[in-house]
Ligand binder design. Structure first.
Ligand SMILES: Cc1ncc(COP(=O)(O)O)c(C=O)c1O
Length: 389
């Protein structure tokens, strides 16, 4: 299993200097200096391109940092009623909500909370669009450009038979007349070139509809804060779209806000042997980093040695596949020893669960400039129990 996984690169950055024993275990530790650095890059792109950049809460909704996010970005993008409420309550600014399927009973509240409501299909648009307009909410439709840039079908909204977005060949003037904007989200952890190619694949087919639109939303999946991202290319692209089609442009990055900004600290609980050296830890792949199994990927370890003593790390749960991967230390591991996985601020904290009653990691904010540390949240038995009945 471990051999099939690719290691997701992670930059330890300032965390090399962080004393892992300063926090309870397990614990997400997010460096607010790293988040602020990412946000400054995004707000510079917004300033130079005129784009509205919204924080995708699905990736990173650590609302203790909402004031910081709100200082740099135009608002949030939500995947439904709860994220829309969190965006409105904690972040302010614009709220753009997209869901693959809305329920009639949620619509009044979603419309009260949202500035943009984006439908996945002409049928949902027909069902709720007039009500949204009457509520003064800007109406959008997600399109599916049918142009794949992703290699993994699970992460490719343009894969065959995808349920995400209306295929562009199903658009007609009547449908587009009922919307203010079109939305597309087709990328995953990608650079600028895939966005440019995707737009090139659909621009001609969308051309007849563009004059009637107020906005275009290019979704998320843009790794804008990665050092090698072609930000000049993105800025030029967004300026060209705004100028040639007379529309406002939106981006909804999630990962890019929290890229390389957080670690997940854990502790070794036991060191059994079975064909190889094993380590049971208080971090569970299935409960705390489910993408390790779903994607799958091998998270990078802070300070991993190139050679030395290797262990297969796994969680305390009953799941045989609750394996994080094989890792090497320069000295033998000890029970009670701390370690940390890199780049865990996005898509791990938001996906945690309490399967097996495994405790949720605490959440801490560290400032790598001042070394100040705040434990902002600790979870206990009540958090486990209150999800059940
Ligand atoms: C509609 C939509 N917008 C934005 C995002 C955020 O993407 P990312 O975190 O990869 O930037 C996603 C992620 O799945 C999405 O589905």
């Amino acid at each position: 299993m471990a051999e099939l996984m690719t290691t997701r690169a992670g930059d330890a950055g300032a965390f090399r200097a962080f004393d892992l024993s300063r926090v309870p275990s397990p614990c997400f530790v997010v460096d607010e200096v790293a988040v602020a650095r990412n946000l400054r890059i995004l707000s510079e792109v917004a300033d130079r391109s005129g784009a509205h950049i919204l924080a995708a809460l699905k990736a990173f909704s650590m609302f203790a940092l909402a004031p910081l996010v709100a200082r740099h970005l135009a608002g949030t993008c939500a995947s439904g009623i709860f994220e829309a409420r969190l965006g409105r309550e904690e972040y302010g600014g614009e709220v753009a909500t997209f869901s693959a399927g809305y329920k009639a009973q949620d619509m009044d509240e979603i419309l009260r909370l949202s500035d943009h409501v984006i439908f996945n299909s002409p049928a949902q648009l027909a069902r709720f669009g007039a009500k949204a307009r009457a509520a003064g909410v800007s109406v959008g439709l997600r399109i599916n450009p049918g142009h794949s840039e992703g290699e993994i079908p699970r992460y490719d909204p343009c894969a065959p038979c995808s349920r995400l977005g209306t295929p562009v060949d199903q658009l007609d003037p009547g449908i587009v007349a009922a919307v203010d904007g079109l939305h597309m989200h087709t990328l995953c952890e990608q650079g600028f070139a895939p966005l440019a190619r995707t737009w090139a694949a659909v621009e001609d087919r969308l051309a007849p509809y563009l004059p009637g639109l107020k906005w275009l939303n290019f979704g998320g999946g843009h790794h804008i804060t990665r050092p090698d991202y072609d930000r000049a290319g993105l800025v030029a692209f967004l300026n060209r779209i705004r100028a040639s089609h007379g529309v406002e442009v939106y981006l909804e990055p999630g990962e890019a806000i929290a890229l390389d900004a957080g670690i997940l600290v854990g502790e070794v609980l036991d060191l059994p042997l079975n064909g190889m050296a094993l380590a049971i830890t208080d971090i569970s792949a299935t409960c705390h980093m489910p993408d390790v199994i779903e994607a799958p990927y091998r998270p990078a370890l802070l300070g991993e040695a190139e050679a030395g003593h290797s262990y297969r790390l796994g969680g305390p749960s009953c799941l045989a596949g609750d394996v994080i991967g094989d890792y090497t230390w320069d000295r033998p591991l000890q029970v009670g020893q701390r370690f940390a996985f890199l780049d865990q601020a996005h898509y791990s904290m938001v996906k945690t669960n309490t399967f097996n009653g495994v405790p949720l990691p605490a959440i801490a904010i560290w400032n790598s400039d001042t070394d100040a540390l705040r434990i902002v949240r600790q979870f206990g038995y009540a958090d486990f129990k209150h999800r059940l009945s």
